[in-house]
Design a protein. Structure first.
Length: 187
């Protein structure tokens, strides 16, 4: 990306509050808060973003890197930043007690019609976390996951929080985009 967009009018149109604008600008100007690590269930690597002009760290080839590939070529996504902000979440544990912890969402994204944070998780991992902390992740009857705790943390900002699951990522499309990446220009 050659230069950052002036988002003043965009913030106005989307109802982003001064607090949300400050968070957005912090995400846009800072470095990632943590670097991805490989572990038993993750494989750290990099994704070279044509849109953003940087190499971004990922913790998963099948989820994060695949989603980065999808949004890098999506004209609706204007900018996206990895591991850009720390949210303080308050959750209810399965024993009914409340607790707080720090959470760094996978992405901060600026789209034409939405600005906010994106968490990328498998449905199995979401189910596991939902059992431990019932208000952290909730699945609707339609299979859409939300995070009331994250939404509460952002309530006065005008920023959103979205969860992307393995059901949202088409592996055939990602495979085709990976194949074609050297032949197309970014959106």
């Amino acid at each position: 990306m050659s230069s950052k967009l002036d988002l003043t009018e965009h913030y106005e149109n989307l109802g982003v509050t001064p607090e949300g604008r400050a968070i957005s600008e912090l995400c846009r100007t800072g470095l990632p808060l943590r670097m991805p690590k490989s572990g038993r269930q993750s494989s750290a690597g990099g994704f070279s973003s044509e849109k953003m002009g940087v190499v971004m760290g990922t913790e998963s080839r099948t989820m994060e890197r695949a989603y980065f590939r999808l949004i890098d070529g999506d004209a609706d996504f204007l900018e996206f930043y990895e591991q850009a902000y720390l949210l303080r979440l308050t959750v209810t544990k399965k024993d009914g007690k409340k607790g707080s912890f720090d959470h760094i969402p996978d992405l901060f994204a600026i789209q034409r019609s939405w600005i906010g944070f994106i968490e990328i998780k498998t449905t199995a991992k979401l189910r596991e976390k939902a059992a431990e902390q019932p208000n952290r992740f909730i699945c609707s009857a339609e299979g859409k996951w939300t995070s009331p705790a994250a939404e509460d943390a952002l309530v006065n900002t005008g920023l959103g929080y979205r969860i992307v699951t393995d059901h949202d990522i088409n592996p055939i499309l990602v495979r085709n985009l990976n194949y074609l990446k050297d032949f197309v220009r970014p959106a």
